[in-house]
Design a binder for this molecule. Structure first.
Ligand SMILES: CC(C)(COP(=O)(O)OP(=O)(O)OC[C@H]1O[C@@H](n2cnc3c(N)ncnc32)[C@H](O)[C@@H]1OP(=O)(O)O)[C@@H](O)C(=O)NCCC(=O)NCCS
Length: 340
């Protein structure tokens, strides 16, 4: 891997607050047993998922993103006019345009923020964090709001058992700020983030239709082209390989050893992927925080929701070395080391 991830300057950014939101409606494995040929036992042993949340009718990605953002702002003690940058990572935007970030900006009344979406599938939250780092490090912006938000229930083929058991809805957010210059102030510090993309793997996980290449028409509507299509085994392999390499690289660039990592906050796609990557890195799998059993895979929201839960429940403690890692369609991946 090239050394472009190693920035010449130290990272001046802190995570000042986290927040998350999941819809009320719980969809259990037992309920899915009634609609497709599956079983709680199969889903649990293959993925670790027991239930997931589903947005209410009319509840949008931007609604969930706004709720998560408000909770992060409250924790950080940041008001809407102080936010100068909003990045929403999503593959289920409210509309093709305007961006979901524009709706969030409107909902919050964050009139001083420039707002845009990014599309990096499940890696989106960490991509957004690294983009913010560049704005904050250069002094261009002081306070950023990043959000991973998804309404995946709107792009799932509910008759395809290979995919419909995996996904859920929700949102996670973080307020990123320029670090205080006062050495006595303890703040989490983002040490290193590495990112990667392999565009040769676009076919293993995608929504093939509904974009400009293949619009949905009356003739092809029955083919479910505007839903998630996935080659499970290939996706699993690409995930383990790239997650392991990115984590090893990020840990190394942070000047740490795998044994120095206190908590891993991984993308929540499959507990077996998390265990396999931890095993290859030589980090005890008990150090990986998981909430996949409750929420399934919420794509760009997953790592952000997990970070917020681990933060609020005290799993992450001041001084801990925290490894954030995500991967997703593209193929995309990112890993970040934060000294909490
Ligand atoms: C999807 C996944 C859980 C499947 O697990 P697996 O161990 O690879 O299972 P296989 O693909 O070998 O499938 C085994 C069988 O179970 C069947 N199966 C698939 N989904 C099923 C379900 N929900 N219930 C019961 N059986 C199911 C398959 O049809 C297959 O049957 P066959 O052998 O008769 O063809 C796993 O491949 C995975 O997690 N991949 C990565 C997914 C991911 O992370 N996606 C998001 C990336 S961000």
């Amino acid at each position: 891997m090239p050394d472009r991830d190693l920035l010449p300057t130290e990272c001046l950014m802190t995570i000042a607050g986290t927040g998350s939101y999941v819809p009320e409606r719980v969809l259990t494995n037992a309920e899915l047993e009634k609609s497709v040929e599956t079983s709680d036992e199969w889903i649990t042993t293959r993925t670790g998922i027991k239930e997931r949340r589903i947005a209410a009718t009319g509840e949008t990605t931007s609604d969930m993103a706004t709720m998560a953002a408000r909770r992060a702002m409250e924790m950080a003690g940041v008001t809407a006019p102080e936010i100068e940058l909003i990045i929403v990572a999503t593959i289920t935007p409210d509309t093709i345009f305007p961006s979901t970030a524009c709706y969030v900006q409107r909902n919050l009344g964050a009139k001083n923020a420039v707002a845009f979406d990014i599309s990096a599938a499940c890696s989106g939250f960490l991509y957004a964090m690294q983009i913010s780092r560049h704005f904050i490090n250069t002094g261009n912006r002081k306070t950023a709001l990043i959000i991973g938000a998804e309404k995946l229930s709107s792009i799932v083929n509910w008759s395809d058992r290979n995919t419909c058991v995996l996904f859920g809805d929700g949102a996670g957010a973080a307020i990123l700020r320029r670090r205080s210059t006062d050495e006595a102030v303890h703040e989490p510090q983002v040490l290193v983030t590495v990112m990667g993309t392999d565009g040769t793997l676009t076919d293993i996980l995608n929504v093939p239709g509904g974009g400009s290449a293949l619009p949905i028409t009356a003739e092809n509507a029955h083919l479910h082209l505007n839903t998630i299509h996935m080659q499970g085994k290939e996706t699993f392999k690409a995930a383990v390989t790239n997650v392991t390499a990115a984590c090893a690289r990020a840990i190394d660039l942070a000047g740490l050893k795998p044994s120095d990592i206190d908590v891993i906050v991984p993308h929540q796609a499959n507990v077996r992927i998390i265990d396999a990557a931890a095993d290859r890195l030589g980090i005890p799998k008990e150090r990986a925080f998981t909430n996949i059993h409750k929420f399934g895979n919420t794509s760009a929201a997953a790592c952000a929701i997990a970070l917020d839960e681990a933060n609020r429940t005290g799993v992450i403690k001041p001084g801990n070395n925290v490894l954030l890692v995500a991967f997703g369609a593209g193929f995309t991946w990112a890993a970040s080391v934060v000294r909490w």
